[in-house]
Design a protein. Sequence first.
Length: 98
Amino acid sequence: MAKYALYAELKARPGKLAEVEAFLKQGGEMAQAESGTIHWFGFKEDKPGVFGIFDTFDDEAGRDAHLTGDIAKALFAKADEFFTEPPVIHKITLIAEK
């Protein structure tokens, strides 16, 4: 079981929903190259214009590499254009899994 995770809530600007969705699909493809990332999910919430990212890692090194990697750089480079507020990244310690 992965021990660590990240969660980011992303609030899309009006008119940018398609771009955010495309960005998340591209992020999923980029995550394939990250050996330390176990799972990577980009999703749309049931609240209008709200998206998110959830990913898991076996260790802190994998999580730290992800936080300084290409996906994180791309996310923050597009933040002003795509989102109504800066993404907030939550570090999570996983305690159970099914």
